[in-house]
Design a protein around this ligand. Structure first.
Ligand SMILES: *[C@@H]1O[C@H](CO)[C@@H](O)[C@H](O)[C@H]1NC(C)=O
Ligand SMILES: *[C@@H]1O[C@H](CO)[C@@H](O)[C@H](O)[C@H]1NC(C)=O
Ligand SMILES: *[C@@H]1O[C@H](CO)[C@@H](O)[C@H](O)[C@H]1NC(C)=O
Ligand SMILES: *[C@@H]1O[C@H](CO)[C@@H](O)[C@H](O)[C@H]1NC(C)=O
Ligand SMILES: *[C@@H]1O[C@H](CO)[C@@H](O)[C@H](O)[C@H]1NC(C)=O
Ligand SMILES: *[C@@H]1O[C@H](CO)[C@@H](O)[C@H](O)[C@H]1NC(C)=O
Ligand SMILES: *[C@@H]1O[C@H](CO)[C@@H](O)[C@H](O)[C@H]1NC(C)=O
Ligand SMILES: *[C@@H]1O[C@H](CO)[C@@H](O)[C@H](O)[C@H]1NC(C)=O
Ligand SMILES: *[C@@H]1O[C@H](CO)[C@@H](O)[C@H](O)[C@H]1NC(C)=O
Ligand SMILES: *[C@@H]1O[C@H](CO)[C@@H](O)[C@H](O)[C@H]1NC(C)=O
Ligand SMILES: *[C@@H]1O[C@H](CO)[C@@H](O)[C@H](O)[C@H]1NC(C)=O
Ligand SMILES: *[C@@H]1O[C@H](CO)[C@@H](O)[C@H](O)[C@H]1NC(C)=O
Length: 713
């Protein structure tokens, strides 16, 4: 999320300025041949790098090359006492020609390739090491941890792998540690607690695993702890509640579970709390009422339950409230809508009784983004919502709203009212000519009385109204020219044959499509909250050349942001097996860290929930990474309905941020009933009995014996 990153950046900037002021001294340079350091603008030599330091500098640069050939030539180490020097030195100015030492290496964004040489540990007075945003590979040399003066260590945004050195005890002056956006594995070492002055720890976007060390709780100066998008597991240690000056805590997109510790309520300075896309359960602790400085409270994509706490209404500085995708009950506290700074309010899947609009007319001054999806809201939509000054994004889909779409919604940017009981369209949709501006809107699955042909409602503004509920009902019950015993769809791909099975093509990108043969249809709805994707991203027609038809169907796929429906039409009455093919093709790469993403959605067949919280990665794999789920289905009226629905669980913004259902292929086959063994035995016995009776009867009638007798004559 942009604003969250900017917070980190601002803090980082302030911090660097502060550190820069420590080091004073005259500018001077060292060239290749000599290690003398000269005063800036003056030609007098003020000192010289010690031989050991000069040698180390050359050694260090031998292991680094710049991909940018116009960059300064790194084989000529240049050291200066300038504040902004890439390699900064300090000299002891009290003596003539005193010894000088390297104190800072600032080589961020120099397109550097290569390894971090272990000799770096010889710079005994190094205070700053910033090699961020390069292409460095290899691991972090354990010797680096002997740099007792090091205050800033920034190796972010490289390709470093291996583990964080286990013994960090030597880094006893460290204030700032940023190893984010690398490929580090293994645990966060317990010894991090020996770096007692740490203010900032940023380890986001790595592959760290194991548990969060309890010892982190002893870092009493810690302001920022950012562990976003790793593979950390276990509970949140209660010791984190001792970090009383913590302002920023991000544990998004890990595999943490258990309940949220009450002790986190002691973090009274906390401004940003991110806990999304883990497996947390239980209630939000009562003690969180003390977190009155919170600006971000993000707990979406978990399994939290119970009431949404009423004290949220007291968090006056809240700008982001992200509760989407839990198992909450009850209603939002009424004050939520009057929080003066709230910009984003995202809630979904709340029941018992569910959310209701504020009773009186409130004006959320800053609210831009409002998602109240699948929250059992009933009644009509108040007109005043469209008058909220900043509101531009409104999602009230999958509720039980009735009445009309307010006229005031014309000023919105995006509007989602899918799957409600709305009956009346506003004039900005029905009137001609089309107005010059109106929201991008999805109003499908409502009860509007409009006459439309397949996909188009002529005369109406270009908003999605189809399919209406009655359109679906008609489609399902329409008389069929020919009925089938099976249906195969290559979701997202071309038509092809696998053996005798003909897979239909499914490459349309419109939100609703009825096949030309009228025997199947799909529709999708919703919007990605964090990713911007165009319609062509929603189908993935793979380009593999040597694929067999079998592998081709498992290479193509279709995606949908929130809900994806498939309808099988014109099927014979009977019992069927529905086989759904899945594979997690998007949350699977190491390079972009998408591999830590979690896609979780629900599967409904014929309106019945048959698989809750399905995570594709957790389906047992058959050969060639094919993952299939089979479900029985009964078809009475000729139609089959398969619904995949994202209830907000799992990753919300882990890159690439494309959540929601994903499916590769559907096959629906009629069950030709196999006989049980006892049935076969019974039939066999029956046949035998019949044959014996027949034989006896034939003998009796003389049909068999008679011939012999006759021949005897
Ligand atoms: C710089 O120093 C390196 C190693 O000491 C040496 O190999 C190189 O030739 C020197 N370059 C110049 C231009 O003197
Ligand atoms: C500094 O000294 C070098 C020789 O050591 C000389 O070439 C250069 O011109 C001098 N620069 C100034 C500004 O005096
Ligand atoms: C390469 O280095 C030069 C000099 O430092 C700089 O002006 C240029 O922008 C760099 N090019 C890239 C692609 O970073
Ligand atoms: C410092 O060096 C300068 C010239 O290099 C010399 O004139 C002066 O006497 C020296 N001072 C001391 C205290 O050594
Ligand atoms: C860790 O490193 C410090 C100094 O760097 C050393 O004193 C200590 O013995 C080391 N601890 C272990 C367990 O190796
Ligand atoms: C962490 O990941 C490594 C492989 O990267 C694995 O060997 C190790 O068992 C994992 N540890 C835990 C605690 O999951
Ligand atoms: C809210 O923010 C303002 C401005 O940043 C600050 O002055 C005020 O103390 C904050 N209030 C709380 C309760 O954090
Ligand atoms: C809406 O839901 C609430 C709570 O479930 C209920 O009390 C109320 O009667 C409902 N209103 C309508 C119009 O269904
Ligand atoms: C939806 O609202 C209608 C009244 O508008 C009510 O009769 C119906 O029971 C509600 N359905 C659900 C599932 O709450
Ligand atoms: C998909 O198949 C239908 C007939 O089954 C055909 O009309 C249509 O052109 C095909 N679309 C594509 C993109 O191949
Ligand atoms: C849609 O996005 C894809 C991938 O991001 C891109 O290659 C394509 O050009 C885009 N198409 C349109 C019509 O914007
Ligand atoms: C899908 O890919 C095949 C090649 O694999 C290509 O022939 C076809 O035109 C593509 N269809 C669409 C709709 O992009």
């Amino acid at each position: 999320m942009d604003s969250e990153l900017s917070v980190v950046l601002v803090i980082r900037l302030l911090f660097f300025n502060f550190l820069l002021l420590w080091q004073l001294g005259n500018g001077a340079k060292v060239n290749n041949g000599t290690t003398n350091i000269k005063a800036n603008g003056d030609n007098t030599t003020i000192g010289a790098l010690t031989d050991a330091e000069a040698r180390t500098l050359r050694l260090l640069f031998k292991s680094l090359q710049s991909r940018n050939t116009t960059q300064f030539p790194l084989s000529y180490p240049i050291c200066s006492t300038n504040m902004d020097a890439e390699i900064r030195c300090s000299c002891d100015n009290t003596k003539n020609r005193s010894a000088c030492w390297v104190t800072a290496i600032n080589l961020a964004s120099k397109m550097l390739d290569g390894l971090i040489h272990s000799s770096i540990s010889l710079f005994k007075n190094l205070r700053v090491l910033d090699l961020s945003s390069n292409f460095l590979t290899g691991s972090i040399p354990p010797s680096l941890t002997t740099l007792q003066s090091l205050r800033i260590l920034n190796l972010a945004d490289n390709n470093l792998d291996g583990t964080i050195p286990l013994n960090l005890s030597g880094l006893q002056s460290l204030r700032y540690l940023d190893l984010s956006r690398n490929k580090l594995t293994g645990p966060i070492p317990d010894s991090i607690s020996d770096c007692q002055y740490l203010n900032i720890i940023i380890l986001r976007l790595n592959f760290l695993n194991g548990t969060i060390p309890e010892a982190l709780g002893t870092l009493s100066s810690l302001n920022i702890l950012d562990l976003y998008s790793n593979s950390l597991s276990g509970h949140i240690p209660v010791e984190l509640g001792e970090l009383t000056v913590l302002q920023f805590l991000n544990l998004d997109d890990n595999n943490l579970d258990g309940e949220l510790p009450e002790e986190l309520g002691n973090l009274v300075d906390l401004q940003h709390l991110y806990l999304t896309a883990n497996k947390f359960t239980g209630r939000i602790p009562e003690t969180f009422d003390k977190l009155i400085h919170l600006e971000t409270f993000a707990v979406g994509g978990n399994y939290l339950s119970g009431q949404m706490p009423s004290y949220i209404g007291n968090w006056v500085n809240l700008t982001k409230l992200i509760l989407i995708g839990n198992n909450f009950e009850g209603n939002l506290p009424a004050e939520t809508f009057s929080l003066p700074k709230l910009q984003r309010l995202l809630v979904s899947d709340v029941s018992n009784p569910g959310i209701s609009f504020p009773k009186r007319e409130v004006i959320p001054e800053s609210l831009i983004y409002l998602v109240l999806r699948n929250c059992k809201i009933n009644g009509s939509i108040p007109e005043y919502i469209g008058k909220w000054p900043e509101l531009s994004y409104l999602d009230l889909s999958f509720n039980n709203l009735s009445g009309g779409v307010p006229e005031s919604f014309q000023k919105l940017n995006k509007l989602f009212l899918t799957s409600n009981e709305l009956t009346k369209l506003p004039s900005w949709i029905t009137k001609k000519p089309k107005p010059s501006s109106y929201p991008k809107a999805d109003l499908s699955y409502n009860n509007f009385n409009v006459k439309c042909t397949n996909e188009k409602c002529s005369g109406l503004a270009a908003v999605n109204i189809l399919p209406t509920r009655s359109f679906i009902d008609n489609m399902k019950t329409e008389k069929c020219y020919r009925k089938h015993n099976s249906l195969f769809i290559n979701c997202g791909g071309e038509e092809l044959n696998v053996g005798k099975d003909h897979y239909h093509n499914d490459t349309s990108t419109s939100s609703f499509n009825l096949s030309p043969s009228d025997d199947w249809a799909y529709s999708f709805s919703g919007d990605y909250l964090w990713a911007t994707v165009n319609a062509s991203t929603l189908v993935r027609n793979s380009t593999c050349k040597d694929c067999t038809p079998e592998t081709k169907i498992d290479n193509d796929f279709r995606l949908a942001p929130v809900s994806l429906m498939y309808y099988g039409l014109c099927l014979h009455k009977g019992k069927y097996i529905v086989t759904l093919h899945f594979s997690e093709t998007l949350y699977s790469k190491g390079e972009d860290h998408s591999i830590t993403g979690k896609r979780v959605f629900d599967v409904y067949i014929q309106g019945r929930l048959v698989k809750k919280d399905l995570n594709i990665k957790e389906i047992p794999e058959l050969q060639n990474e094919v993952r299939k789920l089979k479900f029985p289905a009964k078809i009475n009226e000729g139609s089959l309905e398969i619904k995949l629905f994202w209830a907000g669980k799992g990753s919300l913004y882990n890159p690439p941020g494309i959540n929601g259902p994903l499916i590769e292929a559907i096959s629906v086959t009629r069950v030709s009933r196999k006989l049980h063994r006892w049935e076969i035995a019974l039939i066999t016995i029956g046949c035998l009995l019949f044959l014996m009776l027949l034989l006896a009867f034939s003998l009796r009638m003389g049909w068999i014996g008679g011939r012999k007798l006759r021949s005897g004559h």
